[in-house]
Design a binder for this molecule. Structure first.
Ligand SMILES: Nc1ncnc2c1ncn2[C@@H]1O[C@H](COP(=O)(O)OP(=O)(O)O)[C@@H](O)[C@H]1O
Ligand SMILES: [Mg+2]
Length: 244
């Protein structure tokens, strides 16, 4: 059984005309990094939002560890083990880095203050660049630092699967590399990752498998080397990107 099993997922917004997702199948095994790729508007973020219970009209099924997620509330889905780091890295500008990270533990009832502080310190091991910014306010951070705080906050939920939406967006190439090194390290430490990226190059450099979405359908899926080789994929999507 896959950790996360998405079958024939359809999704539609109340305000939208029709189905934004038209029956997609995606599976994520325990311990994998899986990348969802595709052009702007393909339905990548909607897929993550559907997993988190944030899309009003959905069909098909999504299971985490065999447990159906549809019909569960947003909070319940977090408690079941889904942490979602959305597009745009929403960090509270008036809170410190440490306070922003702590907020990620709000799903964990019974977690004492001392234990929480210990876990925040653990997060700083993963993000050494943030240590000196522990007491810095959110509004003072750079884009890369905001992304790291958002990821650290997601990890505080101790998720079974971490959903990352476009972590590279708007970051300089060197910072993107740092963020993806951390993504690889997060998996090495045992957390499964479902990653959404327009930047196929960098996503496939860390992913075990990828899915290419095109207007709400899975165009093709497979291992990174197979995706790079697929002429249809290159033509439709990856072709526009330089290959490292
Ligand atoms: N809140 C919303 N209401 C209506 N339509 C939306 C909403 N969010 C996204 N969409 C539409 O759904 C489609 C897929 O969007 P999205 O999942 O954000 O794509 P991606 O993340 O791949 O860029 C797009 O056509 C987009 O305009
Ligand atoms: Mg998106």
């Amino acid at each position: 059984m896959s950790l996360l099993e998405i079958e024939n997922l359809t999704a539609r917004y109340s305000s939208g005309a029709g189905d934004v997702l038209k029956g997609i199948d995606v599976s994520v095994e325990e311990g994998e990094i899986v990348a969802l790729l595709g052009a702007n508007g393909a339905g990548k973020s909607t897929t993550l939002r559907a997993i988190s219970g944030l899309v009003p009209h959905v069909g098909g099924s999504i299971k985490l560890g065999g447990v159906p997620l549809f019909g569960q509330g947003v909070e319940a889905i977090v408690r079941l083990g889904v942490a979602h780091v959305p597009e745009g890295r929403r960090v509270f500008p008036g809170l410190t880095v440490a306070e922003n990270i702590m907020l990620g533990a709000s799903n964990r009832t019974g977690l004492g203050r001392a234990e929480m502080m210990r876990e925040v310190d653990e997060k700083f091991e993963l993000f050494p660049d943030l240590v000196r910014l522990r007491d810095a306010l959110g509004w003072t951070l750079s884009g890369g630092q905001l992304q790291m705080v958002a990821v650290a906050r997601g990890l505080m939920a101790k998720p079974r699967v971490l959903l990352l939406d476009e972590p590279s967006l708007g970051l300089a190439p060197l910072i993107v590399q740092q963020v993806f090194k951390i993504v690889a390290e997060i998996r090495r430490r045992g957390t499964t990752v479902l990653l959404v990226e327009q930047n196929a190059n960098v996503a496939l450099s860390v992913a075990d498998r990828g899915y290419v979405l095109e207007t709400g359908r899975v165009l093709v899926s497979g291992k990174p080397e197979d995706l790079w080789k697929d002429p249809q994929v290159r033509a439709a999507y990856l072709g526009g990107h330089a290959i490292a």
